[in-house]
Design a protein around this ligand. Sequence first.
Ligand code: COA
Length: 350
Amino acid sequence: MLRHLRYTVGMRIERIDEQAASEAQLRAIYEIVAGNEREALPHWEPTSWGEFLGRIRAPLAWRPTTRWVARADDGTIVGTATLALERRSTNRDHADIDVDVARRARRRGVGRALLRSAAEQAGAEGCTIVDAMCREEGTGLRFAEAMGMAPKLRERRSGLRFEDLDLALLEKWRAPVPGYELVVFEDGYPAEWLERLARAAAVMNTAPLDDFEMEPEVITPAELDELQRSRLAKGTLFTTIAAVETATGEIAGYTGLLHRADRTIAEQEDTGVWPQHRNRGLGRLLKASMLLRVLETRPWVRGVETWNAGSNDAMLRINVELGFQVLEWWWNIQGSTEVVLARASAERQA
Ligand SMILES: CC(C)(COP(=O)(O)OP(=O)(O)OC[C@H]1O[C@@H](n2cnc3c(N)ncnc32)[C@H](O)[C@@H]1OP(=O)(O)O)[C@@H](O)C(=O)NCCC(=O)NCCS
């Protein structure tokens, strides 16, 4: 047990078993994460408690996650970090790290100590690269740079409230594209589609990465099946619309949206059209069809948020035309595990 504890003056880092943790303990962790979200974006609905809990209770076998908390002397949780590993076939040398420290406990070495534990574990798991995401505004980027990580890919987080929707534009974009038909999947993928949907997911490897280093991602039909089951187990509903080439039955492009009964904001997932099917209006058709479908079938959803690389002109143009507004800018950052560990282990400068 001692191995899992690290003390510094007035604070200790503890690795916790999320599956065994009480709901009260997890709620305290959620309050820190959601509190940081509310601080950065007070007018936007944060991740719901149900989703946070669901991610823990319905984990993906190929994304094992470890969590640490930082406790003040009185036992209160003042910070948390997670390390998520990639156990699919590619990018197994990458580890994803997230660090959150409560506002009242910042700039006292809590973030550094949490990061040190996570980077140590990343190294022990054979991961040579650590990835993270942080807001451009706020403390994250300065912390990450001080810890030896570098910004690699700028992403725009955008939001669209349904009261701002241009229904006439959606109807116009919904006009059929000859040679393609739309197939809608709601809250489940039939077994006979899993292979095609898994193949289609590779289109996301054609999205710009700028300087972010990663191998193309591969998801197998079995992994996709596990993903959809885990979503439903954590109470996340989903709609996927595929544009299927009539002549071949293959998926030319698709778009996906995640929605939860406890959040009025839906999350845009992947949208991609294979290069040979581009410039025919499929991207607009897919996005417009999705919004109209959600308005019809998920009446509690009042808006959507989406993430795009700042350099993704094609997708951003469609989203801006739909009315998406910038919520905030984020950076995907990366660092060598060795360097991050060395920086996080260095004594604080007085
Ligand atoms: C980023 C965050 C985790 C840092 O936690 P913290 O406990 O305050 O960080 P530390 O005290 O360990 O700081 C370590 C070093 O990072 C740098 N740093 C941290 N916060 C900084 C700030 N506001 N301005 C400039 N540098 C900063 C400093 O170099 C600091 O060392 P120093 O205090 O000896 O100068 C915290 O501010 C936070 O939770 N922010 C919101 C969520 C977030 O952005 N997470 C990071 C995602 S990558």
